[in-house]
Design a protein around this ligand. Structure first.
Ligand SMILES: *[C@@H]1O[C@H](CO)[C@@H](O)[C@H](O)[C@H]1NC(C)=O
Ligand SMILES: *[C@@H]1O[C@H](CO)[C@@H](O)[C@H](O)[C@H]1NC(C)=O
Ligand SMILES: *[C@@H]1O[C@H](CO)[C@@H](O)[C@H](O)[C@H]1NC(C)=O
Ligand SMILES: *[C@@H]1O[C@H](CO)[C@@H](O)[C@H](O)[C@H]1NC(C)=O
Ligand SMILES: *[C@@H]1O[C@H](CO)[C@@H](O)[C@H](O)[C@H]1NC(C)=O
Ligand SMILES: *[C@@H]1O[C@H](CO)[C@@H](O)[C@H](O)[C@H]1NC(C)=O
Length: 387
């Protein structure tokens, strides 16, 4: 064996090593982002609506001027749970201000007016090394502060926040209810009897059994006073495909109430667990840190935390199960309201065009994100406690 042969073999060996390590890294990364994706994420945005970089190549700088300097370019710097062009276009959403180009092509970095970093997909240190002074860097977060850890590596980098928090620069709620007809919601009851055919009381789909909010502690008390059937990893019932629309529709035929209980009680944290159930034939019983009356019409939900105890809530649910008129009044809102009517891409585009938006940035992002979220936990003896 001559020297060249040994060098050749070493090269092949090194090549193999690199391949194996990349494969391991890749599976690790995809595993992590898969794990972070909420298990029943119903409000995924459409994928195919973003102008592809091939149609509009801004990498030369020249071609982007074509549609006028009034066009703003938004660069989706990260994916969204591994999805590339996750934001629907301003045309698709019929925004009032539509002059925004969305792209995930990093070659347009130097022509971009805004960059969006989705927290769950963002890899530490994957940050552009240059930035234009007018460029807005936007941090997009959908998890509760309990599930993000510290965001301090974003200090002094982020200009705008895009989260479900109502005091975010751009509010990105999990759902939105709008008025559809110009008349008072309480004028007339719906003719349909939502109580007929229903024989069961409370249902809950849940697979995260131990939470900071201690919703499980609340439910175990509630179960002493009213029947609660639990589907998923934390209960005895099961339905396949897990968390599917078919499962929700099936239980909605039998059950009167659904527990839209959040895993965290933090300011404004209200997820698809609530908005999805509003679209079914069950009344959501909510438990969370949102100001629900600003998110949905009166008598569209029952707020557990407004009752003195789980027993008081159970008594009320049992009362409603015996009075169909009162139970049905929780569906009257559907005559005047419907889901939809807001998408944050419109607000993003509007703000980018708003000349009164001055420069701003977050010096201490954890103070805003964690401290000001005033997260709480439920305690049987003491009620809500700060955590
Ligand atoms: C952006 O501009 C900076 C400095 O002007 C340059 O170093 C960098 O390579 C450019 N980046 C891209 C993606 O064109
Ligand atoms: C709704 O009706 C009221 C009274 O009839 C009227 O004053 C108001 O302008 C209407 N609003 C819309 C949005 O049509
Ligand atoms: C109750 O069940 C009957 C028979 O299956 C059906 O015809 C009726 O539409 C159901 N009522 C409601 C309110 O779903
Ligand atoms: C909820 O929102 C309403 C209407 O904006 C407001 O009056 C109320 O004070 C808010 N409640 C809490 C607890 O923030
Ligand atoms: C149900 O409640 C209403 C008042 O909300 C009352 O008028 C009605 O008599 C009650 N019906 C029954 C069967 O108790
Ligand atoms: C964005 O934040 C950076 C870093 O804090 C700052 O230098 C820049 O002026 C801000 N730009 C805008 C448009 O707010």
């Amino acid at each position: 064996m001559g020297l060249p042969c040994i060098i050749h073999k070493t090269r092949i060996f090194l090549l193999f090593l690199v391949l194996i390590i990349s494969a391991m890294l890749w599976s690790l990364l995809t595993h992590i982002s898969f794990h972070r994706r909420p298990s029943n994420f119903h409000f995924r945005q459409p994928v195919d609506l973003v102008q592809s970089p091939k149609e509009r190549d801004c990498s030369t700088g020249e071609s982007c001027q074509g549609s006028g300097t009034a066009m703003k370019t938004v660069l989706l710097w990260t994916t969204f749970f591994s999805e590339k062009n996750y934001l629907p276009s301003t045309d698709k959403m019929q925004c009032a201000e539509r002059r925004c180009l969305l792209t995930s092509d990093r070659r347009v970095l130097n022509q971009s007016d805004a960059l969006v970093f989705h927290w769950a997909d963002h890899l530490f240190n994957d940050i552009p090394t240059t930035r234009l002074s007018h460029q807005r860097w936007i941090l997009f977060v959908l998890e509760s502060p309990h599930n993000t850890g510290s965001l301090s590596h974003f200090n002094r980098l982020i200009n705008w926040t895009a989260t479900y928090r109502l005091d975010s620069d751009i509010v990105t709620p999990y759902g939105h209810v709008q008025k559809t007809i110009n008349r008072s919601a309480t004028l007339e009851p719906v003719p349909r009897d939502h109580a007929s055919n229903k024989t069961k009381m409370v249902v809950w789909f849940v697979s995260n059994c131990e939470t900071v909010s201690n919703r499980e502690g609340y439910v175990s008390e509630l179960k002493q006073h009213v029947a609660v059937d639990i589907y998923g990893l934390c209960g005895r019932e099961s339905c396949k495909p897990r968390m599917s629309k078919a499962c929700y529709n099936d239980v909605a035929k039998e059950y009167r109430f659904y527990l839209s209980f959040e895993n965290s009680i933090c300011q404004d944290y209200v997820t698809e667990k609530f908005f999805h159930i509003l679209q079914t034939d069950m009344v959501p019983v909510v438990f969370g840190g949102g100001n629900y009356s600003t998110l949905a019409p009166p008598k569209s939900f029952i707020n557990a935390l407004e009752f003195a105890s789980p027993k008081h809530l159970a008594d009320y649910l049992i009362y409603l199960s015996r009075n169909a008129t009162d139970y049905n009044s929780y569906f009257w809102w559907k005559q005047t309201h419907a889901m939809g009517g807001y998408h944050w891409v419109c607000e993003l585009c509007r703000k980018l065009h708003d000349p009164t938006e001055g420069p701003s940035s977050y010096k201490d992002i954890d103070k805003w994100w964690k401290t000001q979220a005033s997260c709480k936990s439920w305690n049987k003896a003491k009620g809500l406690l700060s955590v």
